[in-house]
Design a protein around this ligand. Structure first.
Ligand code: 5GP
Length: 186
C-alpha cells in the first residue's frame, strides 16, 4: 500500500480555506496597485522554484492584471532542515527584466538570505520596479531585513511542509501548510 503522508502530520498551521482567501486578497492588492500605476500595463511574476509552484499557480490565476511568469531556481536545503546560507542560481530567467515591473514570488522567508541575494541580483538587472511577495514568513528566524510588499502568513519557528513546500522532496502536494511529527525527521 502507498505511504499515507497525512499520517505524518502533527498539526495544520494554515488551512486550504485560509490559503485560498489570503491568495485572493493579495491578488486584489496587486491588481489595485498596478492598475493605478501609469504605464504598468503588464507585470512579471518571478517564481522561486520549487517551493513557489502551487502558490504561483493560484496567485497567477487570481490576478486579473496582465502578467507574464518566469522562474528561477536557487540552491536549497537539500534533505536537511537547516539553511547553509550559501545561495547559488541553478536556473536563471529566460528573458531580460530591464524596464519591467517585477514581483518576486517566494514560498517562505526563513533567514531571509535567499531573498536578500535574489533581490540584489535582480536589482542589478535594472527592472522598472521590484516588489516581493512571500506566502509565509518566520519572523523569529530572520537574519536580515527584507522589504516584503505582500505577505500571506507568519508562521512560528518550525519546519513547515505542504502547499509546495517539501521535506526531502515529499509533502509538496498537501493542500495546506503543516508541521510534521518529530519522528518523521529521524
Ligand atoms: P532563507 O534563505 O530565507 O533562510 O530560506 C529560504 C528557503 O529555505 C525557502 O525558499 C525554502 O525553500 C527553504 N525553507 C525555509 N524554511 C522552510 C520550512 O520551514 N520548510 C520548507 N519546506 N522549506 C523551508
Amino acid at each position: 500500500m502507498a505511504r499515507d503522508l497525512y499520517a505524518d502530520i502533527q498539526e495544520v498551521l494554515v488551512s486550504e480555506e485560509q490559503l485560498n482567501q489570503r491568495t485572493q486578497e493579495i491578488a486584489a492588492e496587486i491588481d489595485a496597485r498596478y492598475g493605478a500605476i501609469d504605464g504598468a500595463d503588464e507585470i512579471l511574476l518571478i517564481g522561486v522554484l520549487k517551493g513557489c509552484y502551487m502558490f504561483m499557480a493560484d496567485l497567477s490565476r487570481a490576478i486579473k492584471h496582465p502578467h507574464r511568469v518566469d522562474f528561477m531556481a536557487v540552491s536549497s536545503y537539500g534533505n536537511s532542515t537547516k539553511t547553509s546560507g550559501a545561495v547559488q542560481i541553478i536556473l536563471d530567467l529566460q528573458k531580460d527584466i530591464s524596464g519591467k515591473h517585477v514581483i518576486i514570488v517566494e514560498d517562505i522567508i526563513d533567514t531571509g538570505l535567499t531573498l536578500q541575494y535574489l533581490r540584489k541580483n535582480l536589482i542589478a538587472r535594472r527592472p522598472k520596479s521590484l516588489e516581493i511577495c512571500s506566502l509565509l514568513s518566520k519572523p523569529a528566524r530572520h537574519k536580515v531585513e527584507i522589504p516584503v510588499d505582500y505577505l500571506g502568513f507568519e508562521v512560528p519557528d518550525e519546519f513547515v511542509v505542504g502547499y509546495g513546500l517539501d521535506f526531502a522532496q515529499l509533502y509538496r502536494n498537501l493542500p495546506f501548510v503543516a508541521i510534521l511529527k518529530p519522528e518523521v525527521f529521524s
